[in-house]
Design a protein around this ligand. Structure first.
Ligand code: PMP
Length: 420
């Protein structure tokens, strides 16, 4: 029995909470790829804060920098003021991330979380083009505020609040339908249909790998073609890299292997590196037509996040880091594909890219059962998809072989216990 009574959460916290149910214990410590509950039970973390902890918990390098800064009485919260740490972050992000990838973007601080960057992207696209509609894709997820929710392809999440797909048209994502339908041909036909009074949209917004909608990875050719279509019709392409970015799929930006340069990019989650709320919106310099103060908010300019985000970029200075993610991705894929072959009862299909992967289980409820069983055996893992049909592996990018293997063992034991 934990020191803290679990009933406290039932009693005082809104019914809207979710992870409290999925992971029914009280956590009190976390380091690297491990978490511990109040009873001292150890868990391997393949959840990584829903993608916000790509470097694991309490990374030493970031922690040292943060503690040193806090002790120095450096300013914490400075809104839009210029600070040393903001200058350091802007310079480092350009030098370590943008320039080597031949990307030229203005950086905007839209507010603390993923939904804030999406809102700012949608607003900017409407302002730049003077148009209002946005094309989003089936099973896409972009956030919980009204604008981002209206481009989110999840009726259950919109329904309660009565939020329609406002000024949004949902198009089929890659592989949403089988080969009988070319989803991009369908999209182009829609754009051509001026006769029915279809207005050209301001933007298209998409994830290159859908994180909440079932770990669906778009093919590179599909992404390239979407980019071409956007250019042809003068539509802005917004890549929401809130979950798939910051190395999760193997490269810093998830769109790099497609060789495209989106007009607008949304980043948050693992950007601060340490799990602190932080987001940026990147856009082509010529799109920077914001008037001063036109989009602002209180919680921007969080210097602690600048500190840890700058420290996190040190990982990216070392080429071995990116190579390491690719090697681990190959191991995870081998394990998961092997698991589907060894346990046909899973009726499982490997899905995803990089370290953003999972197994889609045809049998309803099975993915949730695997995650619950794994939790009892000491592994934290989430499920994804409209019917929770995918169990999702999100290990920290810097996990070692031992950590990976421990996680694999627990998953295999859990599957074995459930299907045999
Ligand atoms: N976009 C994507 C792709 C996401 O996965 C999420 C969060 N799961 C968001 C936006 C919203 O981010 P936040 O929850 O920080 O507002």
């Amino acid at each position: 029995m934990s020191k803290t009574d679990m009933n406290i959460f039932e009693k005082y916290e809104s019914e809207v909470r979710s992870y409290c149910r999925g992971f029914p214990t009280v956590f009190s410590k976390a380091k690297g790829y491990k978490m511990w509950d109040e009873d001292g039970k150890e868990y391997i973390d393949f959840f990584s804060g829903a993608g916000a902890l790509n470097y694991g918990h309490n990374d030493d390098h970031m922690q040292d920098k943060l503690v040193e800064y806090i002790k120095s009485d450096g300013p914490t919260h400075t809104l839009d003021m210029a600070t040393t740490e903001k200058a350091n972050f802007l310079t480092k992000f350009n030098d370590v991330i943008l320039k080597p990838r031949d990307l030229d973007y203005k950086i905007m601080f839209p507010g603390p979380t993923g939904t804030n960057t999406v809102e700012s992207a949608l607003k900017l696209a409407r302002k730049v083009t003077g148009r209002t509609d946005v094309i989003s894709f089936t099973n896409g997820f972009h956030g919980m505020t009204i604008g981002s929710l209206s481009v989110t392809g999840n009726a259950m999440k919109r329904k309660g609040a009565g939020i329609p797909l406002n000024n949004t048209v949902t198009m089929p994502y890659d592989n949403f339908v089988d080969e009988s339908m070319d989803t991009l041909e369908y999209l182009e036909r829609f754009l051509e249909d001026n006769g029915s009074g279809v207005d050209l949209p301001a933007a298209m917004i998409l994830e290159t790998v859908q994180g909440e909608g079932g770990i669906n990875a778009a093919r590179m050719e599909w992404l390239k073609k979407v980019d071409e279509i956007c250019k042809k019709w003068d539509i802005l392409l917004i890549i929401d890299d809130v979950q798939a970015g910051v190395g999760r799929t193997g490269t810093f930006f998830s769109f790099e292997p497609a060789g495209i340069k989106p007009d607008i990019v949304c980043l948050s989650k693992s950007l601060s590196g340490y799990g602190l709320p932080f987001a940026i919106t990147l856009f082509r310099p010529d799109l920077d037509i914001w008037a001063p103060g036109e989009h602002n908010g209180t919680f921007r300019g969080f210097n602690h996040a600048f500190i840890t985000a700058s420290a996190a970029l040190d990982y990216w200075k070392d080429e071995q880091f990116e190579k390491g993610i690719k090697q681990k991705s190959a191991k995870v894929k081998d394990f998961l594909v092997g698991l589907t072959e060894k346990y046909p009862e899973l009726q499982g299909t490997f899905c995803g890219r990089g370290l953003m992967v999972g197994i889609e289980c045809a049998k309803e409820g099975l993915a949730d059962e695997v995650a619950a069983e794994a939790f009892n055996r000491g592994l934290i893992m989430e499920t994804s998809g409209p019917k929770s049909e995918v169990f999702k592996l999100f290990p920290p990018l810097n996990i070692d072989d031992e950590g990976l293997q421990k996680g694999f063992d627990i998953i295999e034991e859990s599957v074995k216990a459930l299907v045999s």
